[in-house]
Design a protein around this ligand. Structure first.
Ligand code: 5AD
Ligand code: SF4
Length: 369
């Protein structure tokens, strides 16, 4: 029992690992538990029930989940452990949740995140921007990435529903919003598929045939509202259309810090990553955005030590960093994830010591400059 409160309500502690999407999901989980008659506590040791919203993007993230489960169980096996998020997604989508039950028998319940639907109005962190999920899942299948397996195919929320959620956030006093999805700028490609009115349904961007995105339409609708800042994460180079650049340029309340992951600056590595652009195409896109959007800055995601990344390939990544002049880079050491193409077909051949060296080179160049 928590000695600091005596409300008689059951107590839940929610631990969130991973990205903005998980943070947004946890805000709905909070509402879901509120509805079930729980109050939130700030320490898992005081809780009757601990919900762990998991991330599996890299092995280190996954191991932190197992570590926490172990600690809770050692401290007090009576605390109910509920696991949700991407770890559950990976096993559930394969129909193999039984395997996960065997792997972590200390867990009392596996909660597929889809059960905590958008019917629950998120209980948001008032000190931060309102996170608004616009889509979930990803169809890109970058060869290293587990997201298409944990989150499934990309599904866009209806635009009306998103705009209403933005309105409610504004009514609740929020001035800043972040539109969240694994691949925000392909938003609506699945909706336009079902829209027979749309004559021109496909478009070729950077060598990839894509269904037309409606992200620029959504972004403009949101930017027109009474908001100080509208941000979005995460976008992909091949879905960064000219219409989108125009909308960003037109509305000053759209965040001038754009997050645009490039992962690698080497054409051969990019191809093996199943990312459809070249180094030059990425640089050209950045150049075009810089020209059209005054004061724009960039942040990015990079993977170092992808299989076969030799010194010359790494130098190409360094070169992109020098040319773009990113404000922030999230630098990730390659970690093979079970079930992904790169884990199946390539050897994880760059030693950890070399990954650490490359990480430091980029971190010094971009983040500590
Ligand atoms: N190993 C290392 N980093 C990865 N990312 C995704 N999958 C892996 C992996 N297997 C990184 C990418 C992505 C970010 C969210 O995580 O840089 O943009
Ligand atoms: Fe993963 Fe690529 Fe989709 Fe991003 S775009 S979530 S890296 S598959």
């Amino acid at each position: 029992m928590n000695p600091s409160t005596n409300s008689g309500l059951k107590k839940v502690f929610i631990k969130t690992f991973g990205c903005a999407q998980n943070t947004a999901d946890s805000e709905r989980i909070k509402a879901y538990y509120w509805d079930k008659g729980f109050e939130e506590v700030d320490d898992w040791k005081k809780a009757d029930e601990v919900v762990i919203n998991t991330c599996v993007i890299r092995e280190t993230a996954e191991n932190r989940v197992y570590g926490l489960i172990n600690n809770i169980n050692l401290y007090d096996p009576k605390i109910k452990i509920v696991v949700t998020g991407c770890l559950v997604g990976v096993y559930d989508k394969k129909g193999k949740i039984k395997q996960l039950e065997k792997k972590i028998p200390e867990v009392n319940e596996f909660l597929p995140i889809e059960k905590v639907s958008f019917e629950w109005e998120p209980l948001r962190d008032k000190k931060k921007a309102a996170l608004i999920p616009i889509s979930s899942g990803c169809n890109n299948f970058c060869s290293y990435c587990i997201v298409p397996f944990s989150r499934g195919k990309e599904i866009s929320r209806p635009m009306e529903e998103i705009l209403k959620e933005v309105d409610r956030a504004i009514e609740n006093g929020f001035k800043d919003v972040v539109l969240v999805g694994q691949n925000v700028n392909s938003y609506g490609a699945d909706l336009s598929l079902s829209d027979s009115q749309m004559s021109d349904k496909t478009v070729v961007n950077m060598g990839k045939k894509r269904f037309r995105s409606m992200f620029h339409v959504l972004l403009e609708e949101v930017a027109k509202k009474n908001l100080e800042k509208v941000s979005f994460v995460s976008s992909n180079p091949w879905d960064f259309s000219d219409e989108l650049i125009e909308v960003i340029a037109k509305y000053e309340n759209i965040d001038r810090l754009l997050h645009l992951p490039f992962q690698s600056g080497d054409d051969r590595v990019l191809k093996n990553m199943n990312r459809s652009y070249t180094k030059q195409e990425y640089l050209d896109l950045v150049g075009k955005i810089k020209q059209k959007v005054k004061g724009v800055k960039f942040s990015t995601d990079i993977i170092i030590g992808f299989p076969g990344e030799d010194e010359a390939a790494f130098e190409n990544t360094v070169d992109v960093c020098k040319k773009v002049g990113f404000d922030i880079a999230y630098i990730n050491k390659y970690s093979p994830r079970k079930g992904t193409v790169s884990a199946k077909i390539y050897e994880n051949d760059i030693p950890m010591s070399e990954k650490k060296r490359r990480w430091k080179v980029l971190n010094d160049l971009v983040n500590l400059k």
